[in-house]
Design a protein around this ligand. Structure first.
Ligand code: DC
Length: 227
């Protein structure tokens, strides 16, 4: 049986995970949040390293890292050495650590392998930074989802305020700018639009409109593949 794959890449705060989760639910595919894996790895490595200067030592630690994925009620759970770290990885700090340590080639090699294994077993909607360019170069549909920096900051601010996190809009915007800078300019698999990805600016669209659009595009592609 053919396994389908939809790749959604884009910068922090564009709404990738909300949309990817909704698309996966609608199509009964598995949603793979690759950022969560980088967050778990960042959390683990930050126990031993405060920066990325010692690439060789970091690479050795990466070899020992045990990161795995399970699903509970359709929700992805990330296990670090068998312990569920889903709550711990959802902080701004964990996002920044993920961005920092994701520049290390050994980190990427290990997590890309895990992501590719998941996509071999199931139909997936996978979101991240390098899904269309590196992880699933033959994905059935590739989307590059983005929004203005201001809009992304506003969305993340609302999300964090709802969770009771005390942070200013300006702090979030600065974080997003720094994260874009790091994710787009690293040597290894930087964030960029795959040549065959559809560019979608969702600054003026809500998550439902984006989800609907992606599903429509996917159905069109599926028909073409079936022909
Ligand atoms: O999507 P997110 O905010 O959870 O991702 C956290 C960081 O992890 C992101 O800033 C860069 C890194 N990342 C990556 O390098 N490649 C991916 N496929 C996903 C995330």
């Amino acid at each position: 049986m053919k396994h389908y794959s939809i790749a959604i890449d884009g910068p922090a705060g564009a709404g990738k995970s909300t949309v990817a989760r909704a698309v996966a639910k609608e199509l009964t595919f598995i949603y793979v949040d690759t950022g969560a894996m980088y967050r778990a790895m960042g959390l683990y490595l930050s126990e031993y390293f405060s920066d990325t200067s010692n690439v060789e030592q970091i690479a050795k630690k990466v070899l020992n890292a045990e990161i795995s994925i399970t699903y509970e009620n359709g929700e992805q759970q990330v296990l670090l050495f068998g312990k569920n770290v889903n709550d711990q990885i959802r902080t701004e700090k964990a996002g920044n650590l993920a961005s920092l340590f994701s520049t290390i080639p050994a980190v990427r090699t290990k997590l890309v392998q895990l992501q590719q294994q998941l996509a071999k077993k199931e139909s997936v909607v996978m979101d991240g930074r390098d899904i269309g360019t590196k992880v699933l170069p033959n994905a059935d549909l590739k989307i590059y989802l983005t929004a203005t920096t201001k809009e992304r900051a506003k969305r993340r601010f609302t999300e964090l305020c709802d969770k009771g996190v005390s942070i200013t809009l300006d702090e979030i915007e600065q974080d997003i700018i720094k994260r874009d800078q790091l994710d787009m300019n690293r040597t290894e698999s930087p964030l960029c639009q795959a040549a065959d990805a559809i560019y979608l600016d969702c600054s003026k669209l809500d998550a439902c409109e984006v989800t609907k659009q992606i599903i429509e595009w996917f159905q069109e592609r599926k028909e073409l593949v079936a022909d």
